[in-house]
Design a protein around this ligand. Structure first.
Ligand code: MBD
Ligand code: FE
Length: 282
């Protein structure tokens, strides 16, 4: 079955993402008023420029107003921001990294997934669809020294493009888990290949995509957070070669360094893939 036969409903995934974001949000950053004023003024001025350059009509202004209201009503501010803005925030914040490239977190991370030891299988249904995938790797510092005890958190959509806790009917921790690097820095995660992800088409973000003639797809991806004491947290996504949306990810989160190279498994069932992580110092 394809994702489109199972369209995620904006109201469900959006409301879930909004509630989850608000519940984990740290206290507001202590930004000085001068910086708040500068940032706000520049954003507002950028909007004025667009209005002038394109002579926005009152009809268009009212449509914009209604659409912005709808984004909030559909709970889609996390989706909107993570799809169209986060990649630039990631770019400016991680430009100094010498270790692995990262990319955006997106709206569907949940902390506290089950611990699987150094080698384990992600929680999944007995009949979980999708090509079996064994993902192994090593976590090191920038000099290649193993980082035993490093945590690799992984979460991804199922073979229909759905994330547990953001789509109805999935077990709570489906396809979410944490492995811990062993004494050699090694870990191994058994899972299934995710499907490409389609942004809900029935919410405000979907309406913008349709009105603009864009497509709503992200390439299939694994989400990861790799962490170790004294090291910068690495948030990344990994992608599969040959995916139809590698070159036009709606969320602009693909980088050449984030491509996997899966091989057929030796036992003939599914695929294996190796991908290592080098973490920058804090
Ligand atoms: C996703 O799964 C995702 O990773 C991002 C960035 C946006 C929407 C859905
Ligand atoms: Fe995702």
């Amino acid at each position: 079955m394809t994702t489109s036969e199972f369209d995620a409903k904006a109201a469900e995934s959006g409301a879930g993402a909004t509630a989850a974001f608000l519940s984990k949000q740290a206290p507001v950053a202590d930004t000085p008023p001068e910086r708040v004023s500068q940032l706000a003024t520049e954003v507002i001025t950028a909007v004025h420029d667009v209005v002038r350059r394109h002579k926005l009509t009152y009809e268009e202004y009212d449509a914009l107003k209604a659409w912005l209201i709808n984004v909030g009503q559909d709970g889609e501010w996390p989706l909107f921001l993570d799809v169209w803005v986060e990649h630039v925030v990631e770019e400016v914040n991680n430009a100094h990294h010498k270790g692995n490239k990262g990319t955006i977190e997106g709206p569907y991370y949940v902390p506290g997934a089950p611990d699987l030891g150094s080698r384990g299988t992600l929680p999944m249904r007995a009949d979980e669809a999708g090509t079996p995938l064994v993902f192994s790797g090593r976590v090191s510092d920038l000099d290649g020294n193993a980082l035993p005890g490093a945590k690799v958190e992984i979460w991804h959509a199922d073979a229909h493009g759905f994330y547990s806790q953001y789509a109805p009917g999935l077990p709570e921790w489906n396809l979410r888990g944490v492995v811990t690097a062993d004494d050699n820095g090694d870990f191994e995660i058994t899972t299934v290949r995710p499907a490409p992800y389609q942004i809900p088409t029935d919410g405000a973000c979907g309406k913008l995509i349709a009105a603009a003639g864009w497509h709503a797809w992200r390439p299939a991806h694994l989400h990861l957070k790799v962490s170790a004491p004294g090291k910068d947290l690495l948030t990344a996504q990994l992608y599969f070669p040959g995916d139809p949306h590698i070159g036009d990810d709606i969320a602009s989160a693909v980088k050449p360094e984030l491509m996997l190279d899966p091989k057929p498994a030796e036992d003939g069932v599914g695929e294996t893939v190796v991908y290592d992580f080098a973490l920058d110092p804090e």
